[in-house]
Design a protein around this ligand. Structure first.
Ligand code: BGC
Length: 381
């Protein structure tokens, strides 16, 4: 009797639709559209809020469903969010990870046969996915190096009148941070060697010098950490020199560094209030305004509207069973660039978009590409 009751109860439950198959199993035509899980790393760097919204919109434009979750720079939290996507029957995941602790969640996706696209940040130490889409991040770093080269006129500088620079890098857990730094140092190292440029504070020649790289890195890209380090530098290593430049890896950290400089009375007196040449990346509106007003020197525009669009075009092709997608507006990394997709466990297909260097003379380029609201764009004119 007990058994019969159980069987009846189970049948009733199944009839209620609870076992009627996940949304993803129903696929596109047969009921609800396929679900794409979108896992973004953090909201304290503005771009990710935009990325999340753009990705969801691009997914929905294609008749798929998109769910977005933000990991708050906490990999455990993001892993739980990925689990929820899988439980909800996601057909594909788009993941911008926080650190390589994500590999366990990616392994679960592979077990469930759910393909993963690493978005913007490569997922390291995982052999459980096949696709990566990002910008040419080495070039982003080269642009930052070139910004300093131009801003300090290093090509015509001489060792008897050297320029002083201090170095910051992004999060040591973000593989991109290494590309940015190495790209920048590929431009700056020759000037250090020739004595034209002097590094104040730790000087890793490349990110491979991990103990020195760790000293200049900024855990989880947190602005207060960079601000604090800049304040300390101004009171210690840089106390007796006038800094001519700061290599800052993105706009959020650049503005934190600017704040530290502006708040330092000694620095302001010694430098006549003139800020060092400070680099950035992401073309955040606040930084574009700062460039227009002559504070931040440069940024790098990565059109994340296009990145999201390309990522979703890739997602659609993968969902449709194409194992060799070609994505307009991107270049598939081959030759020397192939290593961009090397996770340490396998080399995934890496699709690259081109970044653009932004200085005062072309500060309107992102606005012209529709990157800011109309109200913001008007403030830059
Ligand atoms: C992204 C940058 C961003 C940084 C901090 C990097 O992985 O490529 O655009 O500024 O993370 O969120």
């Amino acid at each position: 009797m007990k058994k019969l009751c159980l069987v009846l109860a189970v049948l009733a439950f199944a009839g209620s639709g609870a076992f009627a198959g996940s949304d993803a199993e129903k696929g596109k035509g047969g009921g609800k559209a396929a679900l794409v899980g979108i896992a973004m790393p953090e909201t304290h760097v503005q771009r990710w809020q935009k990325d999340g919204a753009n990705l969801k919109a691009a997914v929905e434009k294609r008749g798929l469903r998109g769910d977005v979750a933000y990991g708050d720079a906490d990999q455990n939290q993001q892993n739980r969010q990925i689990q929820t996507f899988l439980t909800n029957g996601a057909k594909l995941l788009i993941v911008a990870n926080i650190n390589d602790g994500v590999a366990a969640a990616i392994a679960d996706a592979a077990r469930d046969k759910v393909p993963v696209i690493a978005y913007d940040r490569l997922i390291m130490n995982s052999g459980d996915y096949d696709y990566y889409i990002t910008f040419n991040n080495y070039k982003v770093g080269q642009f930052q190096g070139q910004g300093i080269e131009d801003g300090l006129q290093l090509k015509s500088a001489t060792p008897d009148n050297p320029k002083y620079i201090t170095l910051f890098a992004g999060s040591p857990t973000d593989n991109n941070a290494k590309f940015f730094f190495d790209g920048a140092m590929s431009v700056l190292n020759p000037y250090v060697k020739s004595g034209v440029l002097k590094v104040v504070g730790p000087y890793p020649e490349t990110s491979a010098d991990s103990s020195k790289f760790q000293q200049i890195a900024t855990e989880n890209w947190q602005a207060p950490i960079a601000k604090n380090r800049m304040e300390n530098l101004l009171n210690a290593d840089a106390a007796n020199v006038k800094l001519d430049a700061v290599l800052a890896p993105n706009d959020t950290l650049a503005r934190a560094i600017i704040e530290a400089c502006l708040a330092d009375a000694k620095y302001a007196a010694a430098s006549g209030g003139k800020l060092p040449i400070i680099t950035g990346q992401d073309a955040e509106f606040a930084s574009a305004l700062s460039i227009k007003n002559g504070q931040q020197y440069m940024t790098v525009f990565k059109d994340t509207n296009k990145l999201a669009e390309a990522a979703v075009a890739l997602a659609e092709q993968i969902i449709n069973g194409n194992t060799n997608p070609s994505i307009p507006g991107t270049v598939l990394a081959t030759g020397d660039l192939t290593s961009i997709g090397n996770t340490g466990k396998k080399t995934v297909k890496a699709y690259l978009l081109e970044p653009i260097i932004i200085k005062q003379n072309n500060v309107n380029v992102p606005a012209d590409a529709g990157f800011y609201s109309q109200q913001e764009a008007a403030q830059l004119k």
